[in-house]
Design a protein around this ligand. Structure first.
Ligand SMILES: NC(=O)c1ccc[n+]([C@@H]2O[C@H](COP(=O)([O-])OP(=O)(O)OC[C@H]3O[C@@H](n4cnc5c(N)ncnc54)[C@H](O)[C@@H]3O)[C@@H](O)[C@H]2O)c1
Length: 354
């Protein structure tokens, strides 16, 4: 078991990683709910797999457990589900002395986090990530959101959790495809800032998943401590996401996020190599590592199909966009550029002429 402290400007909290942590969730967090009630938010898959363990632990610590279950999947990350959740919180007569427990992947964490931020202007929040993506990324850092028909994550707020407990044993029920998607984000951290992690992954994780998650959480904690509101360094976490989001959007969200990010990293790295911003060997090394973790490295979408989605990315600020560009394995730069330059990067990334 290990603990990493996140010192975000708005809140300091601990992220604890270890096997069977769900069985200790009650004793570790009951103090956050002096009113005595715990609302567990979870999806229909995770409910059956891990809710009973969590509920037993919370009850053993003296808490009354309420539960809100929604159908698993991104399609539930909507204003309708949020409204239903907020109404359920009111029906349960939750107060600010009660706590919300987000048990699940990034969809659950984003939805429950936003509800916890909004209901009575903020309730204590415990994140219990059960996907690798949620463990290394979405459960830490305080971004919460739901989607609109017009786009993903368009309604949200920054709301840091009070505690994050990552039960690494709970990740063992993940389907292999979901695990692979989480590895796309792990590889992103390595390419972005940690050459040693990249080398570790190349050597195979050797069953050291807890160490790998801890490394990613430490990186995210440092970034969030310096730039909680995503105005500078935190944008580096979007490495691979500008083109990745465009692929997701062009596919009508049928391409999984992790797959899209994997291809997005390849496109921006190829463009960086062709522009002389990054050594040539970075590209085959990245492609090899992604393939090793069963992630795709190419897309069939054309520049025309992707460009519209790239240029309406919500990371755009006025006429300028910030691109995250690898400088080498383990380092990247933020480039604030005109849309024309983004188009040129996309074209180069897809294999077009410089
Ligand atoms: N807040 C942030 O900083 C942040 C960062 C990255 C991504 N996100 C968001 O996260 C979401 C993606 O997260 P995700 O990939 O975890 O999706 P998800 O929550 O939909 O989980 C993926 C699938 O795995 C299932 N699942 C979860 N845990 C399981 C387990 N232990 N065993 C078996 N099945 C399990 C879920 O039911 C679901 O079907 C997106 O909505 C994205 O926008 C947020």
């Amino acid at each position: 078991m290990q603990t990493i402290t996140v010192r975000a400007p708005s809140k300091t909290y601990e992220v604890t990683l270890g096997r069977a942590l769900l069985t200790q969730a009650g004793e570790l967090t009951a103090h956050l709910a002096p009113g005595g009630r715990a609302l567990v938010v979870t999806d229909s898959h995770v409910d059956a797999l891990h809710f009973p363990t969590l509920a037993k632990s919370l009850r053993a610590a003296g808490l009354t457990v309420e539960k809100f279950v929604f159908p698993a999947g991104e399609a539930s990350k909507t204003m309708d589900t949020l409204a239903a959740l907020l109404s359920y919180m009111a029906a349960c007569r939750l107060t600010r002395a009660d706590a919300v427990y987000a048990l699940g992947g990034g969809v659950t964490g984003d939805l429950a986090g936003l509800a916890a931020a909004l209901y009575m202007r903020g309730l204590p929040l415990v994140q219990l990530p059960t996907t690798l993506l949620a463990a290394v990324d979405s459960s830490v850092g305080g971004k919460t959101a739901v989607d609109l028909p017009e786009g993903k994550n368009l309604v949200g707020t920054f709301f840091q959790p009070d505690r994050v407990l990552c039960d690494t044993a709970a990740l063992e029920t993940l389907p292999p495809a979901e695990l692979a998607c989480g590895y796309a984000e792990v590889i992103k951290y390595a390419l972005m800032t940690d050459r040693a992690l990249f080398d570790t992954l190349c050597a195979g994780d050797g069953g050291a998943l807890e160490q790998i998650i801890a490394r990613c959480v430490s990186i995210k904690a440092a970034v969030v401590a310096g730039d909680e509101l995503d105005r500078g360094e935190r944008q580096k976490l979007n490495l691979g996401h500008t083109f990745g989001h465009a692929i997701e959007k062009a596919s009508g969200y049928t391409v999984p996020h992790g797959h899209a990010v994997a291809v997005g990293m390849v496109l921006v790295t190829r463009a960086a190599v062709r522009r002389g911003l990054c050594p040539a060997d970075c590209l085959p090394r990245l492609v090899g590592l992604l393939a090793q973790y069963r992630l795709p490295t190419e897309t069939a979408y054309t520049e025309e199909e992707l460009l519209g989605a790239v240029l309406t990315d919500k990371k755009r600020a006025g006429d300028r966009m910030t691109l995250v560009v690898p400088r080498e394995i383990g380092a990247c730069d933020l480039l604030t550029v005109e849309p024309e330059t983004v188009r040129a990067f996309l074209s180069l990334g897809l294999g077009g002429q410089p």
